[in-house]
Design a protein around this ligand. Sequence first.
Ligand code: FAD
Ligand code: SF4
Length: 492
Amino acid sequence: MPDPNGFLRYPRRLPARRPVPVRIRDWKEVYPAATDELIREQATRCMDCGIPFCHEGCPLGNRIPDWNDLVRTDAWAFASEALHATNNFPEFTGRLCPAPCEAACVLGIGSDPVAIKQVEVEISNRAFARGYVRPRPAPERSGRSVAVVGSGPAGLAAAQQLARAGHAVTVYERDDAIGGLMRYGIPDFKLEKQHIDRRLDQLAAEGVVFRTSVNVGVDVTGEQLRADHDAVLLACGALAGRDAPETPGRSLRGVHLAMAHLVAANRAVSGRAAGPPAIDAAGRHVVIIGGGDTAADCLGVAHRQGAAGIHQLDLYPEPPQARDGARDPWPTWPWVLRTYPAHEEGGDRLFAVAVREFVDDGTGRVRAVRVAEVGVEKVAGRRVVTVAPGTERELPADLVLLAIGFEGTEDQPLLAQLGVVRNRAGAVDAAPDWRAADGVFVAGDMHRGASLIVWAIAEGRAAAAAIHSYLGGVGSLPTPLDPSARPLTATC
Ligand SMILES: Cc1cc2nc3c(=O)[nH]c(=O)nc-3n(C[C@H](O)[C@H](O)[C@H](O)COP(=O)(O)OP(=O)(O)OC[C@H]3O[C@@H](n4cnc5c(N)ncnc54)[C@H](O)[C@@H]3O)c2cc1C
Ligand code: SF4
């Protein structure tokens, strides 16, 4: 029985972010840890609804009211158990998820939703600190083996589920470190990498073998992998960056895809790169094109690198501050202004503007970006952009970062070797049993297109359940999804 007055007694409260002048001088996470008291208060706001819509919002089907009540009653070990029952990696989602569960929380109809994500991350922090996270190796080996290609959250969730079911799992990763986009895409101020490393220790102790710097399809063929293992799971992500080749001046020096900037910066922070990052915002006038997670991450990195000035451009008009109930009724994912901590740190955010040209300084290097105000409409399902006459102007720019999305999974030799094709959106389709070809399964961004960590974990768990059954494993593994499942609308 929850506290019936909890939400009346306590307002929604989060721990204060570290002060801007302090945090932009380092790469540490923006949010400090919260006290037990604060988190208990926040968990006490949960009404334990008869129909908990937060479940509907969460792709993992996290048992949110259960762990809220366990936190309220100070039963942290049980809360950790309930949380890990549906989510392999709450330390990642608790830090990084946009929390569709909170958008669907019943309390959000007339008040602020429960701070579900904060409760989640605090359970996971205490679970590691207090030793509740321990290896859970399989009691018996199945004698079957699985290759997982790609070590992002989808590959890792599947690897853990399969290893715990007794299968011999090898994860192949072409980068020099495990973690997928969480390792070199997402900066440390959102996710410090020790959180990945300590989880990997658990997976290794459960028997998962990691092979880094192996580009499957090149260093080892798909056919070889198929011959060496009883099943293959492809979890290669959706890393084909969208470019703007038609924009005049795109080939100028100083104009880059956002991921080139982020990867270089994250490698430098990790100490794995020799010298400073190849693309550095220090002292530069930076223009970031795009309005999502990737753009906000470039913004935070540029602040920390010491940019002279930053503009972030969004093609779309500024969204409202609060849910427009007529357009996005509760409990759907609302179109609202998403302000990330990086925005609080500085920079100018411009909405409803489009880039007309990257301007040459006369030496083949960018010196400015010419922009114009625009309107965007959907006509017969297609996006139509109209330029407002007389609104063109230049923004100073000696570093331009294109954070305008991804075009699906990369076209790479591995696909043909395994008889797998990309669809028109650049993703790889799966049958209802998660199979993309004979003995070959697919999950995560590679299957659904650029999405979210929570979806990658959910798909990894679901594909693992399908592989377990394909291998004739004993019993069945839990699965939150079928492959045609789509988000309520939350994507990054
Ligand atoms: C900058 C940025 C910030 C983001 N921020 C957030 C956020 O805050 N919250 C959130 O929920 N989501 C965020 N996302 C999205 C999230 O990171 C992805 O949805 C998620 O990582 C997808 O997981 P995945 O396992 O499918 O693939 P990925 O994490 O992309 O991992 C795929 C891995 O496969 C490897 N690989 C590919 N081909 C091969 C091969 N042939 N051989 C061996 N290895 C191979 C790649 O090197 C990569 O490591 C962000 C994305 C970006 C780009
Ligand atoms: S919808 Fe909100 S208030 Fe209701 S059970 Fe879920 S978290 Fe608690």
